[in-house]
Design a protein around this ligand. Structure first.
Ligand code: 3PY
Ligand code: MG
Length: 258
């Protein structure tokens, strides 16, 4: 089942977040219990080559491959799909114009202007290459996540949601908290911005779109799900290693005779 179909069916999907541009590390992450792996080119160290190679171990582990592109890199959104990603997260989508340019890169005509060339994606994602099926299904099987993480984006939310080819919102609560406090704080648990985050989720659902968010504190995930969010990102390799290592050591040290 595609990521889009699972989210449209209302499933909650947890994605790992990868910033280390190494296929073996991605393979290790993909083999954990996460449903998906997102390769981060914005703040993570992923680049075109690591994405081209990194999608493969994710698909090999039968997980969904997602890419976050750098700000404004809509060319890379098309390339990520060509490499076999199912979804692309575009940061700082602050206007209907940003959304239109992102959607154009993500969708084949007549919905968008995506150019043909799934040289790697098609053989990776289809058992038997079927060009017709790829062309017919790609626009519905791929997800364009527009990141809502500024005041401008909040003000333009309805216009962004109106853009055909924008399938989903993805909230960045870190940047959103900076915008919310006018540059005063980076604090993803600010209570007074929660109603705005809830409004974004509800509006997206009302517009028939999908919803995603980064849960910096994993314990807030249930609250985000109650607000309507279904695609939830957690941590990165640094946190997975630190938590795992510290847990193992704590258990080992705790077992020593005093
Ligand atoms: C943010 O919190 O601003 C993000 O972009 C999450 O990745
Ligand atoms: Mg951000």
């Amino acid at each position: 089942m595609t990521l889009a179909a699972r989210l449209r069916a209302g499933e909650t999907i947890f994605t790992a977040w990868s910033g280390i541009p190494d296929s073996i590390t991605i393979e290790t992450v993909a083999r954990t219990a996460f449903d998906a792996v997102t390769l981060d080119m914005q703040h993570g160290a992923h680049h075109e080559d690591s994405v081209a190679r990194g999608v493969l171990p994710i698909l090999g582990a039968e997980k969904h491959a997602v890419v976050r592109v750098p700000v404004g890199r809509f060319d890379m959104a098309s390339r990520a799909l060509d490499f076999g990603a199912e979804a692309v997260i575009a940061p700082m989508i602050n206007s209907a114009d940003d959304a239109r340019r992102f959607a154009a890169a993500m969708k084949y005509p007549p919905l968008g202007e995506r150019s043909w060339g799934p040289t790697f994606g098609m053989p990776r994602r289809q058992k038997t290459p079927d060009l017709k099926a790829w062309l017919k299904n790609s626009n519905t099987d791929t997800i364009s996540f527009a990141m809502i993480e500024t005041r401008q984006a909040l003000d333009a939310l309805d216009d962004i949601l109106d853009v055909p080819g924008i399938d989903a919102v993805f909230v960045g609560p870190g940047d959103f908290s900076i915008a919310w406090t006018n540059g005063d704080q980076i604090n993803t648990s600010l209570e007074d911005m929660m109603p705005a985050i809830e409004r974004i989720g509800r509006r997206a659902l009302d517009a028939g779109k999908l919803t995603g968010i980064f849960a910096v504190d994993p314990a807030i995930s249930g609250r985000y799900v109650d607000m309507g969010y279904r695609f939830i990102a957690l941590g990165n390799e640094n946190t997975y290693m630190a938590l795992g290592a510290n847990d193992l050591l704590g258990r080992a040290r705790g077992s020593l005779k005093k």
